[in-house]
Design a protein around this ligand. Structure first.
Ligand code: C2E
Ligand code: CA
Ligand code: CA
Ligand code: CA
Length: 278
């Protein structure tokens, strides 16, 4: 009918229509991406702010699609979550990064590996067992592994998540809350959950230089975390000034383009050896 026709036309703006189409397209292509080996991992170094020492690396997934080119994880991770593909992709990323970290470990490089987990991976209640089995299989010490998860994980199924975190921590794995400050975190969550570290989102770090209140806000986050015996990691450190301010504020660890961009494992090894030589 005329009515329906009008509704069809008005339902999406051209831009929205485009976005929906590309989400479908991405979901379709994601289905084959694992089999076709289109994913790879990159690693971003993390340093101790006080000493400058290299202490860890965060694993970040990359997708090169022959049809779409390089697609940002900010675009495809949410699509994978909706399409029910995140478990498979998440476990691929986990095993691949543990395998690569074990490789640099054998070359004498000892630093932590941090891996991002999606809330969905915590819903089945076997994530701790699977993680511990992989660490055992590749002989990566549990004390060198950090689970990064966002506030959403804590909100969505707090009890199931907490059970898994307790199991992981009992074996020495550490837990970081990611993108801190961007979600609906309440202090009570942070106080009650099994946590070791807080990662301050880069949207806050980009505000710490200059005359505004940004520095004081980050100072408050750091002090609050320390009061709860949590370590603080700053992400998105883009300049020497940022790093300097963070040092003054007592921040524990930092990562960002100023220190190094994310890079493949083979490059990280070379980077780490020359960084150590300084
Ligand atoms: P995130 O966990 O907050 O990761 C930090 C993001 O900031 C990364 O983007 C990193 O490349 C970028 N970054 C690092 N230093 C700087 C800097 O100095 N300046 C700026 N502007 N950006 C910086 P990336 O790699 O595109 O990842 C985006 C998001 O995708 C991640 O945010 C994370 O939420 C998600 N993600 C990435 N890999 C995985 C994964 O294996 N599994 C899951 N579930 N999510 C992932
Ligand atoms: Ca992260
Ligand atoms: Ca972030
Ligand atoms: Ca800035």
């Amino acid at each position: 009918s005329k009515e329906q026709g009008r509704n069809n036309i008005c339902f999406f703006s051209p831009a929205q229509h485009e976005a929906v189409l590309s989400r479908y397209r991405i979901a379709g292509l994601l289905h084959q991406a694992l089999e076709n080996n289109e994913f790879f991992m990159v690693y971003q170094p993390q340093i101790d702010v006080a000493t400058g020492e290299l202490i860890g690396a965060e694993a970040l997934i990359r997708w090169y699609s022959p049809q779409l080119g390089q697609v940002s994880p900010e675009v495809f991770i949410p699509v994978a979550e909706d399409a029910g593909l995140i478990e498979a992709i998440g476990y691929w990323a986990l095993e691949q990064s543990i395998k690569e970290a074990a490789g640099w470990g054998r070359k004498g490089l000892r630093f932590k590996l941090s891996v991002n987990f999606s809330a969905r991976q915590f819903q089945r209640g076997e994530v701790a067992n699977r993680l511990l089995a992989l660490l055992h299989e590749y002989q990566l010490p549990t004390a060198l592994f950090v689970v990064e998860l966002t506030e959403t994980c804590f909100m969505q199924c707090a009890e199931a998540t907490e059970r898994e975190l307790v199991r992981m921590r009992a074996q020495g794995v550490r837990i970081a809350i990611d993108d801190f400050g961007t979600g609906y975190s309440s202090l009570s969550y942070i106080r009650n959950m099994s946590l070791d570290m807080i990662k301050i989102d880069r949207s806050f770090i980009s505000q710490i230089d200059g005359a505004g209140t940004g520095g004081r806000l980050v100072q408050a986050m750091i002090d609050m975390s320390h009061a709860m015996k949590l370590e603080v990691v700053a992400e998105g450190v883009e300049s020497a000034e940022d790093l300097d301010v963070l040092k003054q504020l007592g921040c524990d660890q930092a990562q960002g383009y100023h220190i190094a961009r994310p890079m493949p494992a083979s490059d990280l090894e070379g980077w780490a050896f020359s960084y150590k030589a300084e």
